[in-house]
Design a protein around this ligand. Structure first.
Ligand SMILES: [Zn+2]
Length: 300
């Protein structure tokens, strides 16, 4: 099934027409060099395109980490000292009945534009130097939020067209299925944090949830203010900063205004991550940078 869909997408140049629509709607004026690779083994692909530094790191992956790499829907490989283009890896399994690839593809190109601008601003052309920049952590979390937001927005938009859905059907689906499912997941992430105290992982999960929650507002649901959102639990565990993060991110809608608020974002991250588990971020980022939603959105 996914092979037929993949063939259909390629034969009809769907990715390039979606790309052109994205550029137009997001008013992108830069043109990063990139290549799309459909890969059923992300770990092998990462090895293929890795820089020397990344290779050393990747070769130390244990079986769990390899398996985790291979479970991603999409992954963005940044330019390195040896390679100037971005590589967008797409998992063939995302070409499914739910059209998951649409969300994945838009998620990864959002990262690509975000990081291109950040690298330009920092005057760097490869990933290696990026980890040392002052606002790398901010960039990392903000771009995850942004990529989830736009990936989900475009998935919703195209799925509505493909399946000819009425607006009310989507609203019902969000209300009855997506919000409850996602809030269960957020609670599970919170419980994991209680066990492992990895605030870096938790913030990553949180900004992804916030990216989807901000889109739900367009459908009439301000979940952050609803009882189903585990607000008090978050405040108890991670302080008010974990909620303020939502308000801040909701005002960071493109790179231009996001970068003006990186300092505020850094403050919140430091408050939430009191134990500075953020120092693990390099290792974490290497296999998580473009992790896509593992749960597949139902299209109905
Ligand atoms: Zn991502």
């Amino acid at each position: 099934m996914s092979i037929e869909k993949l063939k259909y997408v390629i034969d009809n140049n769907l990715l390039s027409s979606m790309y052109n629509t994205y550029i137009e709607e997001q008013k992108e004026t830069i043109s990063p060099k990139f290549k799309i690779v459909i890969s059923d083994n992300f770990y092998e692909s990462q090895l293929t395109f890795a820089s020397k530094r990344q290779l050393e790191h990747l070769q130390n992956f244990d079986e769990n980490e390899k398996e985790r790499s291979n479970s991603f829907n999409g992954y963005l490989l940044m330019p390195t000292n040896e390679r100037e283009e971005f590589i967008i890896l797409l998992n063939p399994l995302t070409f499914d009945e739910q059209n998951t690839f649409i969300g994945t593809f838009h998620h990864e190109i959002t990262h690509m534009f975000d990081y291109s601008k950040y690298m330009n601003d920092c005057g760097i052309i490869s990933e290696e130097k990026m980890f040392d920049t002052e606002y790398y952590h901010c960039m990392y979390y903000w771009s995850e939020y942004h990529a989830r937001k736009l990936g989900y927005t475009y998935l919703r938009k195209y799925v509505q067209i493909i399946f000819n859905l009425k607006q009310e059907e989507i609203v019902e689906h969000i209300k009855n299925t997506e919000i409850p499912t996602q809030m269960i997941h957020l609670n599970e992430c919170t419980d994991k944090y209680v066990d492992n105290k990895r605030a870096d992982i938790f913030i990553y999960e949180l900004v992804l949830h916030y990216g989807r929650m901000i889109v739900w507002e367009d459908y009439g649901f301000k979940v952050i203010e609803e009882d189903i959102f585990p607000k008090q639990k978050l405040i108890n565990l991670l302080g008010n900063a974990s909620i303020e993060l939502y308000n801040l991110l909701s005002n960071m809608n493109d790179y231009h205004n996001a970068k003006l608020k990186f300092k505020d974002l850094k403050n919140l991250i430091v408050q939430i991550d009191k134990n500075h588990s953020i120092n693990n971020l390099y290792r974490f980022a290497m296999y998580n940078l473009s992790k896509q939603m593992s749960e597949i959105l139902s299209s109905k």
